[in-house]
Every structure is written in structure tokens, then in C-alpha cells.
Write a protein that binds this ligand. Structure first.
Ligand SMILES: [Zn+2]
Length: 196
């Protein structure tokens, strides 16, 4: 079985690598919330620390910055950990009969810059419940980062460092129930399995 990490920042990271002094540009539209309504965050059941940012509640409104509408919105403000996807993504997900997204909730209001006449896609917030079915195999992973001040928690952040580079990723999958998309308790990434 193969697992994939959804990495929104690989494009700008590569630009920074190619030209460390240049300005990285992201070709797709950014998204900014308007009049955000916040709920609570999720907490680690072991140590009680927050494992997510505050949830984003209805009514949801966003402002897009250009007409290059992506199928997954990359956020720069307070909703960076959300999976916000287009109608096209939702339809392909359903057609492929993938699993792991609990529900899709439509973003009620999408504002585009007035100088663009294109109609923005309908966007949805995909709800992915955190799972403990899969956990990081710390001993067999090769992950580097900066020293972390907080005490590691065996459940929500078993590492001594932040995560800057993942050279080798090992996972405990004994409890995995086979969902195609899932989010570990660390809250830092999504995984997709192969379709086969
Ligand atoms: Zn914890």
C-alpha cells in the first residue's frame, strides 16, 4: 500500500530552492475569510493540548484573489488546516467511491475580484475527523526540524522537533480501517492511499 501526503507548498518551496533570493509566487488564487465565525478547537485526549485551530462555522464567506481557481483552496489566514475543495473535487471523490471525508459543507458566499468576470466554482469544506487508527512510527521515520519547547506527547506530537523535512515516513497501520483519506492527530497533513 502506498500513502501520499497532500503538499500545497511544494510549488513555492521549489522556487525558493531554485532562487533563494527571489520572491516565490503562487499561481493560484488565495482565499481569505470574511467575517469569520469561529467555534472551538479539538484537543488531544491524552495531554489536553489543542491539536487544531479554531473551527470555522456557518455562515462561511471567502474572498478570492484572482481568477485562477484551484480545486483545493490554500489558505493563508486562520483556516490553513482545512480541506476546502471545489465541486469538481467533490464529484470526483464521490465517483471514485473514496472514503474518509465525513461530510461536505458548502461555503455560502464566494467573492471574486470585481475586475474578473469569471464565475468562481462552488467550494465545500470537507470534514475529516481526526483518527488514532494510524500513528507515526517515530523510531523508523527520518524527520528533521527545529527543537520544540513543549514536552512531547506520545499521542499528539511524539517528536522532539518541528517538522521541516520528512526523508522517510513510517506509520503504524495495525488499527487502520482502510479509509482513503485521513488526518492524524498531529494535524499537520493528510494522507491518501492508492486507489488499488
Ligand atoms: Zn497530546
Amino acid at each position: 500500500m502506498s500513502f501520499y501526503i497532500l503538499d500545497d507548498l511544494s510549488y513555492t518551496r521549489q522556487q525558493t530552492k531554485d532562487d533563494p533570493n527571489g520572491k516565490a509566487t503562487y499561481p493560484w488564487s488565495d482565499a481569505y475569510e470574511i467575517n469569520r465565525v469561529s467555534g472551538d478547537c479539538e484537543y488531544c485526549p491524552k495531554c489536553g493540548r489543542p491539536t487544531t485551530l479554531l473551527s470555522w462555522e456557518r455562515p462561511r464567506s471567502i474572498r478570492l484573489t484572482n481568477k485562477h481557481f484551484p480545486d483545493r483552496l490554500c489558505w493563508w489566514l486562520s483556516s490553513s488546516d482545512l480541506l476546502c475543495v471545489s465541486q469538481k473535487f467533490k464529484e470526483l471523490y464521490e465517483q471514485a467511491e473514496l472514503s474518509g471525508i465525513e461530510s461536505f459543507e458548502q461555503i455560502e458566499y464566494v467573492k471574486t475580484p470585481s475586475r474578473y468576470s469569471g464565475v468562481a466554482p462552488t467550494y465545500f469544506v470537507g470534514k475529516i475527523p481526526f483518527t488514532q487508527e494510524i500513528s507515526l512510527d517515530v523510531e523508523n521515520s527520518i524527520i528533521s526540524g527545529f527543537p520544540r519547547e513543549k514536552t512531547p506527547c506520545a499521542l499528539c506530537w511524539p517528536l522532539q522537533t518541528t517538522i521541516s523535512t520528512i526523508q522517510y515516513l513510517a506509520l503504524h497501520t495495525d488499527g487502520w480501517k482502510g479509509t482513503d483519506i485521513f488526518e492524524g492527530l498531529c494535524g499537520w497533513t493528510y494522507f491518501f492511499t492508492t486507489l488499488s
